[in-house]
Design a protein around this ligand. Structure first.
Ligand SMILES: [Zn+2]
Length: 282
C-alpha cells in the first residue's frame, strides 16, 4: 500500500510545469528532502532557464556489489485551457473508481512516489540494496528550446559505470490483467536479454516481457536516459500505467491497486537484484 497519501497529495499539488516561477524548485525540494533523509546524496545540476535542473541522487547501497540507474522526472505536462477535468482541480489528488485522478499521477509523480516509499522501506529494514544512481530530470515535458539533461546524464552514467537502467514506468493490459515489462538493450541480443527474465518473473506479477522500450513522447533522442544508454546496457521498464492513463490529457489517472503493487514490486526487484552475484547477461 502507498503509506502516505497525504505526502503524495502534497507532491501532486506542486505545480511543476514548464516555466512556473516556483513549482519546479518546490518539486526538487520535495524529492531531495525525502531522499536525503534516507541517506541519499542529492545535488542539482544544470543551469536551466526556469529552475528545472537535473536532480542527481546517489546512494552507496548495502551489502551488494550491484549497481542500478533509475530514471524519473519531477515536472508534469501543463494543463491546457481546453481540458475538462471531471473531478475538479487537476492538482488535487482525487480518489474514485479505483483510481487516482490528477495531473502528473501517471506521468510521472505516482510511480516516482511509489518508488520513493519502496526505497525508504528497503533501507528501513536490513535487506541488501544495490548502489543507486537516481537521475530525475525536470524538463521531460519541455518541447522546445535547449534542455540541460542530456549532457548531465551522459556524464553521470559514464562515471557511475552501472549496466542496469530502470525506466520511469511500465504498462499493464487492463483487458487481460497482464503486467507488461519492457526489456531492451542498444546492442545485446534478445537471447542475451532473456537471461534477465527469471529476475523479472521472480519480482513482478508474472509479466509478459516485451523486447522493446517505452514509447517516448518527444522521441528517443530527446530522452536523456534512452539517448545515453551505453552499448551493453540492459534497460527494464515496469510500472503501474495502463491504457486509461490519459497522459498529457484531461482526467489523467492511475489504478490505485497497480500503484500499490508497483511499490511492492520495486522494493522486491531492488532487493532481489542486490543479491545477484553477477549480471545475468554477462
Ligand atoms: Zn514521463
Amino acid at each position: 500500500m502507498i503509506t502516505n497519501t497525504d505526502k503524495l497529495q502534497e507532491f501532486i499539488s506542486i505545480p511543476s510545469v514548464d516555466n512556473h516561477p516556483y513549482g519546479n524548485k518546490q518539486a526538487i525540494d520535495f524529492v531531495s528532502t525525502f531522499l536525503s533523509t534516507i541517506g541519499f546524496d542529492c545535488q542539482t545540476e544544470g543551469a536551466s532557464r526556469t529552475d528545472q535542473p537535473v536532480l542527481v541522487c546517489r546512494h552507496p547501497g548495502r551489502n551488494s556489489n550491484q549497481k542500478i540507474v533509475i530514471y524519473g522526472h519531477y515536472d508534469v505536462a501543463p494543463v491546457g485551457v481546453n481540458e475538462t477535468w471531471k473531478y475538479g482541480d487537476p492538482f488535487t489528488l482525487k480518489e474514485t473508481e479505483g483510481r487516482f485522478f490528477c495531473r502528473g499521477i501517471a506521468d510521472n509523480k505516482g510511480p516516482l512516489w511509489a518508488r520513493l516509499e519502496a526505497v525508504a522501506e528497503l533501507f528501513d529494514g536490513e535487506a541488501p540494496c544495490p548502489e543507486i544512481l537516481w537521475l530525475i530530470q525536470g524538463e521531460e515535458e519541455v518541447t522546445s528550446g535547449e534542455r540541460v539533461a542530456k549532457e548531465i546524464f551522459s556524464h553521470h552514467i559514464e562515471r557511475f559505470g552501472g549496466n542496469l537502467f530502470i525506466e520511469e514506468t511500465g504498462f499493464n493490459n487492463i483487458d487481460t490483467g497482464a503486467q507488461i515489462a519492457f526489456l531492451w538493450s542498444p546492442s545485446l541480443s534478445q537471447e542475451a536479454l532473456r537471461s534477465w527474465e527469471p529476475l523479472l518473473q521472480a519480482s513482478l506479477n508474472k509479466p509478459l516481457v516485451e523486447y522493446r522500450h517505452l514509447n517516448k513522447f518527444n522521441g528517443i533522442e530527446a530522452c536523456p536516459l534512452l539517448g545515453n544508454l551505453p552499448d551493453k546496457a540492459v534497460y527494464i521498464g515496469f510500472g503501474p500505467n495502463d491504457r486509461l492513463h490519459q497522459i498529457h490529457r484531461e482526467n489523467e489517472s492511475l489504478n490505485i491497486e497497480r500503484l500499490d503493487q508497483h511499490k511492492k514490486q520495486f522494493k522486491e526487484f531492488l532487493s532481489q537484484y542486490a543479491r545477484v552475484s553477477c549480471n545475468p547477461s554477462e
